[in-house]
Design a protein around this ligand. Sequence first.
Ligand SMILES: [Zn+2]
Length: 347
Amino acid sequence: MSGPAEDKFSKYRRATSEDRPVTWPGWAAAGVLLVLAVAAWMHAIPVYFPSVAGPAPAGHTAGMPSATRVGTWKRPGELAVVYFDVGQGDGIFIQTPNGKNVLIDSGEGKTPDSRYLKMIDAGSRIILPFLQQIGVRHLDIVMASHPHSDHMGSMYEVIGDRHITVGQLWISGFIYSTVSNKKLLKTAERRKIPVFAPQPGQLPHKLDLGPEISAYVLCGDPNAEDANNSSIVLKLIYGRVSFLFTGDAEKDAEKTCALRWGQTLKSDILKVGHHGSKTSSTPVFLNQVRPEAAVISVGSYNTFGHPHAAPLERLEKIGAKIYRTDEQGTIFVFSDGKSYRVEPSRL
Ligand SMILES: [Zn+2]
């Protein structure tokens, strides 16, 4: 059954044109043309392009992860994918063999969208300290799968951190006027980070993560009926090992994506959609992805009842081994392109 919290979640409204978080500061004509040219080249629409300076962001201090883990961070030539334990939410860091860095979602921040979500401040407490420990000073791509705060509530802190530079910010493009979204776009503007959103008619979009990695935005729809179903779906391939990232895609988005891509969705490791909600991991989708391993990013004792029994059963039925951040902590996956190993760890 849907709990009251899920019902509450479904009430999030589409923002109207009066309160769109994206503003359009006075671009010079040449600047606009340049942006459009870049957009055409990238097959994506830049939603925001920068110009205003602002105060320096606050530093981060607490929550350093274990030095032991970081000291043995990863072997040369390995791809690492880290599914952080950010409580109820998603936060995923990827480092490619040649040192490209990607952040997909960043967990809850200081202003949750819903009273059913706890203030976690995952950016300052978990993600930034981790990046600092492993010596990351540049994120090539930061991606907010969709604009719910349990995925991007602390993202403005990450992209605003003075120790970090960011190449591109990707958002689903779903218009959603919340404090954390406004802060995210304002911070991108202040730091002159170009922002892109997928355009369904122009997908797949290949992301440049070096020659040994193939990474494609496969699905994502700014005009979806709700924020969850606008989620960016990303497939990443290293040699013979593949990953699928789904944000909070639910059955509508899963169906659209499965019909469009079929077996192209096949992936070894699936980030399970929407924290294991019963409205995700539908058979039509799982039958195409057929993952060996399924990672559920979910908070202990969350009030949404995630993960539900039905998707867990569906995952087990197709033979996926399930990993859960609430039970096992942060889930590290390492791959040399031939095989992979999963190492859960409490940071
Ligand atoms: Zn979520």
